[in-house]
Design a protein around this ligand. Structure first.
Ligand code: NAD
Ligand code: MN
Length: 361
């Protein structure tokens, strides 16, 4: 039996509630599926920062390097500036392990009342691929003359041919693996006339390797309207770091709630562990109350299991999640219900037990 080494990093806010719930689900799966997980928990985040002045230790990446995967909660503390918490933890791991493909599936799960009335739940089935290593989040820039009237600041967006080519190739490959073989490449190449024009050119070049994939281009502002008005015209979507960040929160809201949406920060070459997390943040308004929806974390565990090749366990967990969302009694506040994190977690565990493969006699 293979033992998987899983690092858990709850981080801040509701991360401390949903990650233990995710771990509980994985333990339940392991008990029934003959899987073995060896968990190592890391207490990095805002509390660690208050004690040590950094969000994670300088050699933190070394402690993660040999893990098979990372399950991450959220970085963001009400008393520490957001750019410090984000860059000090999550981006350090994403960039340190070159997890350049951020994959964000969106579907309307059973029982969920999504705001889009122009499509059936079956017609909204997207996966957004976010460039996760450069672009607007390359961290290049500076501030001078702080506080003076002549103050100036820059955030330079860096796009490299290597970076753009590898994310576009990843997206074409993903589109090719899905039934519709349909890809939309999103840029802003009318206004941003250098790097975004390069994206368009590279997209055309890479597309020649995938003659069976149908693809089109859309400007990011038009893409938001298309997501609302013609959701079924989209399937796989690829965009820059910032554009896809924004589009995926929209996607999550259109599918019912930010609390449901999962993501994987993937190193497709598998040189480093990949990291899976709900796309939501620390949710200061509900943290510490047991109200957080754990479904985004559970769906992220599904992605984690798929990444490890445990497709049967992944499918069974997804089935358990969907049968729980189908019951409005088990909806948390973000979905209009009154269930707690604990109740949803126990319901998914019970469903997993009911779906467990029959043990050999
Ligand atoms: P947020 O995702 O934390 O919250 C937005 C809204 O959605 C809030 O009303 C919240 O209550 C609700 N919500 C989010 N997740 C939910 C869940 N699981 N169940 C129920 N309701 C949920 O976004 P924000 O308010 O912009 O950010 C708060 C903090 O989190 C900031 O410090 C931000 O930088 C950080 N953040 C971190 C990450 C990350 O680590 N990946 C992502 C986004 C935001
Ligand atoms: Mn985001």
């Amino acid at each position: 039996m293979k033992t998987y080494r899983i690092a858990t990093i709850p981080g801040d806010g509701i991360g401390k509630e949903v990650i233990p719930a995710g771990r509980r689900i994985m333990q339940e799966l392991a008990a029934q599926d003959g899987l073995r997980f060896e968990f190592q928990d890391f207490d990095w985040g805002g509390d660690y920062y208050r004690k040590h002045g950094v969000m994670m230790p300088a050699d933190g990446l070394d402690a993660l390097r040999d893990q098979d995967a990372i399950l991450f909660g959220s970085a963001g503390d009400p008393h520490i500036a957001d750019h410090i918490t984000l860059w000090g933890l999550r981006l350090k791991i994403c960039q340190g392990f070159d997890q350049y493909a951020n994959v964000r599936p969106t579907r309307i799960l059973p029982g969920i009342d999504a705001p889009l009335k122009r499509c059936t739940p079956e017609q909204l089935n997207w996966v957004i691929v976010r460039e996760n290593s450069e672009g607007e989040y390359s961290g290049v820039g500076g501030r001078v003359h702080q506080g003076h009237p002549i103050e100036a600041a820059t955030d330079v967006s860096i796009m490299t041919r290597a970076g753009v080519e590898r994310i576009l190739r990843f997206a074409f490959k993903l589109a090719q693996s899905r039934p519709r073989k349909l890809l939309t490449v999103i840029t802003k190449s009318n206004a941003q006339r250098h790097a975004m024009v390069m994206w368009d050119e590279i997209a055309l070049q890479v597309s020649r390797e995938f003659p069976d994939v149908t693809w089109d281009k859309e400007l990011v502002d038009a893409a938001t309207a298309r997501m609302v008005n013609r959701p079924a015209s989209l399937d796989t979507i690829v965009a820059t770091n910032l554009h896809a960040d924004i589009l995926s929160d929209l996607a999550a809201a259109l599918a019912g709630s930010l609390g449901i949406a999962p993501t994987g920060n993937i190193d497709p070459e598998r040189r480093y562990p990949s990291m899976f997390e709900p796309i939501h943040g620390s949710a200061f308004d509900i943290m510490g109350k047991g109200l957080a929806n754990p479904v985004g974390t559970f769906w992220s565990v599904v992605m984690l299991l798929e990444h490890l090749g445990e497709t049967q366990a992944a499918a069974r967990l997804m089935q358990a999640i969907e049968s729980v969302t189908a019951d409005p009694q088990l909806h948390t506040g973000d979905l209009g219900g009154s269930a707690t994190t604990g109740q949803v977690t126990e319901a998914v565990c019970a469903k997993l037990a009911a779906l467990a493969p029959a043990k050999a006699a």
